[in-house]
Design a protein around this ligand. Structure first.
Ligand SMILES: [Zn+2]
Length: 401
């Protein structure tokens, strides 16, 4: 898929003069090509044994005469006249296909521009290097990664821009999510994740639960072993192995979950840190949860991005568990042991994790609305042109857009 990124330039005076000259030469070549095309087409109509005009032939003809007739063309990149004639060929192609009107002559001062093939410039960070001109500063770095195909330098009012065409591999873009809207995801330890939908919590692989129980027992037995004893060392090794095993199982399960979520929902709300990882068997379980959580976040973000979706990450101070998702009432405290509670104001009965997931969903929806003024399809279109590297922090909520 070809895509273009237009970036403002900061040329110095010498570069500005060069841009004007190259644009003028491109315009001249285009107009020369158009009048030659018309003349040669007239000749072909008179006598069908004569060649029909083509951009290839015109480029050859121009190259043959430019040293003699237009020596000033040699003062800028050879791409300027050549690409202009290729563009003339495209204009005729579009005209013959019924996509466009008959090509017209370019006028000075109207969309002044010239193009470069990818062997005639080099991009590095926020600079573009053009032979015989040196580095020109760009206002930002190129957003897309892929094969750089060409660049067009153009003038809008008194400002110069470069539009860089990049070929993005097809497999890196995927169809947009099924339109199931937004979802909030509450990650846990025993239940892998609870969604804001009416679905049952995602428990994860069976082995996961069994291993978690073993982990608890092993951690307990370790604490009973004497310091520096052989037995303690052995148990430590066992524990480390079990730790790795569980985290692999979780990683795999969360990988699948992130794929499923991003293919179903275009807006996903998650938490910054799994603060509620501090449930049972603190240290170990928590470190496992944190580790897999970071993986999960990374996966959800890049997978959502590939589909033009959005991930809203609530910061660690967002009280996802303590806020009533019905009326917005916020509890002062909610002990970790309390799995269900009833809102004192609106009397809604809440499952702790599900309520947290609904709050994350609501946050995701409200921040996408406030970020662009509308929800849903309009935002989705807007998102598609922005890559993951354009991540912005909006009110401590990380969003793509
Ligand atoms: Zn309430």
């Amino acid at each position: 898929m070809l895509t273009a990124h237009k970036i403002a330039l900061n040329p110095n005076n010498r570069q500005r003069t060069y841009f004007l000259k190259a644009s003028g030469i491109a315009r001249f070549a285009y107009n020369w090509g158009l009048s030659e095309w018309q003349r040669q087409y007239g000749e072909w109509k008179e006598d069908n044994t004569r060649p029909k005009p083509s951009q290839m032939a015109l480029r050859r003809q121009l190259n043959a005469i430019k040293h003699e007739q237009f020596p000033w063309m040699l003062e800028v990149t050879k791409n300027a006249p050549q690409m202009a004639i290729i563009q003339l060929g495209e204009a005729f192609k579009n005209f013959f296909a019924g996509r466009n009107k008959y090509p017209t002559f370019r006028k000075k001062g109207i969309h002044d521009r010239f193009s470069l093939t990818n062997d005639q410039f080099h991009i590095d960070g926020s600079g573009i290097r053009i032979p015989n001109l040196g580095w020109v500063r760009m206002h930002e770095a190129l957003r897309f990664t892929g094969k750089i195909m060409s660049a067009t330098i153009s003038r809008v009012a008194s400002r110069w821009f470069v539009s860089i065409t990049v070929e993005i591999p097809e497999q890196s873009m995927q169809p947009v999510a099924e339109n199931q809207g937004a979802v909030g995801v509450d990650l846990g330890i025993s239940a892998l994740a609870t969604l804001s939908t009416e679905e049952e919590p995602i428990i994860g692989p069976k082995a996961h639960t069994a291993l978690l129980n073993r982990l608890t027992r092993l951690a307990r037995s370790l604490s009973r072993k004497q310091k520096n004893s052989q037995n303690r060392k052995k148990t430590k090794v066992k524990l480390a192995k079990l730790h790795a095993k569980i985290s692999n199982i979780r990683k795999d399960a969360l990988h699948k979950l992130s794929t499923a979520l991003t293919s179903r929902f275009d807006t996903i709300g998650i938490e910054d840190l799994n603060v509620r990882g501090m449930m049972k068997n603190r240290c170990l379980a928590r470190s496992i949860a944190d580790m897999s959580f970071h993986e999960f976040r990374r996966h959800v973000e890049y997978k959502a991005h590939r589909r033009g979706g959005i991930v809203v990450v609530a910061d660690r101070w967002f009280a996802s568990s303590k806020i009533c998702s019905c009326c917005g009432y916020k509890l002062d405290v909610l002990p970790l042991s309390v799995r269900e509670w009833i809102c004192p104001t609106c009397h809604t009965q809440h499952d702790r994790d599900h309520n947290a997931a609904v709050n994350l969903k609501n946050l995701a929806v409200s921040s996408t609305v406030s970020a662009c003024g509308e929800e849903g399809a309009g935002f989705d279109r807007k998102i598609k042109v922005k890559p993951a590297s354009m991540k912005q922090e909006v009110n401590s909520i990380a969003t793509y857009g």
